[in-house]
Design a protein around this ligand. Structure first.
Ligand code: AKG
Length: 289
C-alpha cells in the first residue's frame, strides 16, 4: 500500500470499517446514473421486487454497460488513491432500490473469503463503494452499520446467514435480523457522496417510510488485489479470461461490448497463475474474536 493523502480517512476505513467522501458525483453524473438506474428498475417485473422485499431490488450492473462509466469514475478512483490504494480492481456491483414504504434491510456482511487467514487481518480484501442517489435519512432508509465489526465478532454475526430466501422476503421484521441494535450507527449522506466500507462490516438499512424510491449503487473493489493471496485472486480473476470459449460463455464484464470493457480495462482482475480459487464461504470462522 502506498502512503495516503487522506490518513484520517484511511484510519477510519481500517479501524472503524468505513469512511465517507463527499460530492464524488457531480450533478451531471448523478443525473446520468439516476436515469440508468431508473431504466433498469422500471424494466423489472413485480416478481423481482416481491423476491427481494428486504433488499428492495438486487439488479446486477452488468445488465447495462452504461455502468462502466461509474465503475471507472475518476473522482472515485482518485479518492481510493488518496487512501493509498493505487491499483484497485473491480469485481461486481448492484442497483439496490428501496421502494416507497418498504421494510428494513437485514443485518449482514458481504465477504466470502473467510476460509483464508488473510481475512482476519486489518487491510480490506474487498470494499464497497455505495453511491446513494438521494439524500438519506433514517426515514427513507439510510445505511446503518456496526463500527469495528469487520475485525471483531459481534452478536449480530450469529443471526442467520444473509440473503437466504426467508430473510430476503422479510417475513418477520420483528426478528433481530432487522431490528435496531444499540451498537448501530446511522450513516446519512447527500446524493452524490460515496460511502466506502470494508465488505466484512456488519451493515443494513432502515425501512423506507417515505413516498419516494431510495436507490443505492453498490460497487465492489479490491483495493490491494496484488497483495491478496493467490487463491483469492484466482476466485476474483477466474471469470474474466479474455477469450471465453463455447464451453465457457462470457460472464460479468465480458458480457459488455468491447468499448465498455475498454473503459475499465485496468480495473479488471485477471488471474493467470495455477492456484485453485478459494472456496466461497460467507461465514466468519472462530478466528474472528
Ligand atoms: O440498501 C442499502 O442501503 C445497503 C445495501 C447493502 O447492504 C449492500 O449493498 O451490501
Amino acid at each position: 500500500m502506498s502512503p495516503a493523502d487522506q490518513p484520517e480517512k484511511r484510519k477510519a476505513l481500517i479501524e472503524d470499517g468505513f469512511c465517507v467522501f463527499e460530492s464524488i458525483l457531480n450533478e451531471e453524473m448523478l443525473s446520468r446514473v439516476s436515469c440508468a438506474s431508473n431504466r433498469l428498475l422500471d424494466a423489472q417485473d413485480k416478481e423481482h421486487f416481491e423476491k427481494q422485499k428486504s433488499t428492495g431490488s438486487l439488479i446486477c450492473l452488468y445488465d447495462d454497460p452504461f455502468f462502466a462509466d461509474l465503475v471507472g469514475w475518476q473522482p472515485a478512483l482518485d479518492a481510493l488513491n488518496s487512501l493509498g490504494y493505487v491499483a484497485p480492481k473491480f469485481s461486481t456491483g448492484f442497483v439496490i432500490s428501496k421502494p416507497p414504504h418498504s421494510p428494513p434491510l437485514f443485518w449482514h456482511q458481504d465477504w466470502w473469503g473467510w476460509e483464508h487467514p488473510h481475512s482476519y487481518t486489518p487491510n480490506p480484501q474487498q470494499i464497497f463503494l455505495m453511491y446513494y442517489l438521494v439524500d438519506t435519512t433514517p426515514q427513507n432508509g439510510c445505511l446503518r452499520l456496526i463500527p469495528g465489526s469487520h475485525l471483531h465478532r459481534h452478536p449480530l454475526h450469529d443471526i442467520s446467514e444473509a440473503h437466504t430466501e426467508e430473510i430476503r422476503l422479510a417475513e418477520d421484521v420483528t426478528s433481530p435480523a432487522y431490528l435496531d441494535h444499540p451498537d448501530e450507527m446511522d450513516v446519512c449522506v447527500k446524493a452524490g457522496d460515496v460511502v466506502m466500507g470494508d465488505s466484512r462490516l456488519l451493515h443494513s438499512a432502515h425501512a423506507n417510510r417515505t413516498e419516494e424510491r431510495r436507490t443505492v449503487i453498490t460497487l465492489w473493489y479490491h483495493p490491494i488485489y496484488d497483495e491478496l493471496p493467490e487463491p483469492m485472486q484466482a476466485q476474483l480473476g477466474k471469470r474474466n479470461a479474455e477469450a471465453p470459449s463455447q464451453n465457457y460463455p462470457p460472464t460479468g464484464v465480458r458480457t459488455w461490448p468491447q468499448n465498455a470493457q475498454e473503459k475499465i480495462r485496468d480495473l479488471i482482475p485477471l488471474y493467470t497463475g495455477d492456484k485453485s480459487p478459494l472456496n466461497w464461504n460467507r461465514t466468519p470462522g472462530p478466528q474472528l474474536k
